[in-house]
Ligand binder design. Structure first.
Ligand SMILES: *[C@@H]1O[C@H](CO)[C@@H](O)[C@H](O)[C@H]1NC(C)=O
Ligand SMILES: *[C@@H]1O[C@H](CO)[C@@H](O)[C@H](O)[C@H]1NC(C)=O
Length: 218
């Protein structure tokens, strides 16, 4: 198993890189009075007219482009949100260690965070190649999880939620779905940043069910 220090590094690096690589997300801030210039996350000055853009490729496509098995799953939460989960059930090697791992993205991010760095550095690929069955959930409201059984994402009612609902519904409903699909009784849960905030409403549930092997915050 990869050491904790390496994991923390990988997670932080993944988050940084995903912000740089994902054209949908913001980079840095505007410098002074020259709106063409922005700083990237490392403080480098960039000309906004010359920032290379990457065409949007959905996560399942990114995964299969790298030659890994890729699956799409949908979970309907107790309060009606339809969440899109991505899965890499095994590595290229095809061997399984029988363990399931859930990689939860942080604030304003998505399942893409765990694969954008590619097979060599993306934690989802590294774990799949180690034999893990890797699941990549998406929180309600992000680009993959913008659907509901009765509410339209165009309506303001759809957006009446916060971390509290993510913790009360998204995480436990997602974990229950994954455990049912994989016929397991527990899984490894790796959370990035905001993920831990989401636990607050449900710590008792998450711990009492003993479904959580460990968590890393960075
Ligand atoms: C496949 O993965 C297993 C378990 O991690 C490992 O023991 C084996 O050496 C790997 N085989 C190849 C060809 O990489
Ligand atoms: C939203 O979910 C419904 C019910 O599962 C489905 O019929 C519809 O295609 C979904 N819409 C989108 C945009 O994914």
């Amino acid at each position: 198993m990869v050491s904790k220090i390496l994991l923390i590094f990988v997670l932080t690096y993944a988050a940084v890189q995903s912000q740089i690589n994902n054209p949908e997300e913001e980079v840095g801030g505007v410098i002074g009075t020259t709106p063409e210039l922005v700083t990237d996350i490392f403080g480098n000055v960039l000309d906004i007219n010359n920032i290379p853009t990457v065409p949007f490729v959905p996560v399942p496509q990114l995964i299969s482009n790298e030659g890994y098995p890729s699956e799409n799953h949908y979970v309907t939460t107790t309060d009606g949100y339809i969440l899109n989960l991505h899965r890499i059930p095994r590595g290229k090697n095809g061997t399984s260690n029988g363990k399931v791992v859930l990689l939860q993205h942080g604030l304003l991010l998505a399942s893409s965070d765990w694969v954008l760095l590619g097979p060599k550095n993306g934690l989802a690929y590294i774990l799949a190649d180690e034999g893990y069955d890797v699941w990549l959930p998406n929180s309600r409201g992000n680009r993959y999880s913008r659907n509901h059984t009765t509410l339209s994402p165009e309506s303001s009612a759809f957006w009446q939620f916060s971390f509290n609902e993510m913790g009360r519904f998204d995480i436990p409903n997602t974990i229950d779905y994954i455990l049912a699909q994989t016929q397991q009784t527990s899984l490894f849960h790796i959370g990035h940043s905001q993920d831990l905030q989401k636990w607050v409403p449900n710590v008792e549930y998450l711990c009492s069910k003993r479904k959580i092997a460990f968590v890393i915050k960075c």
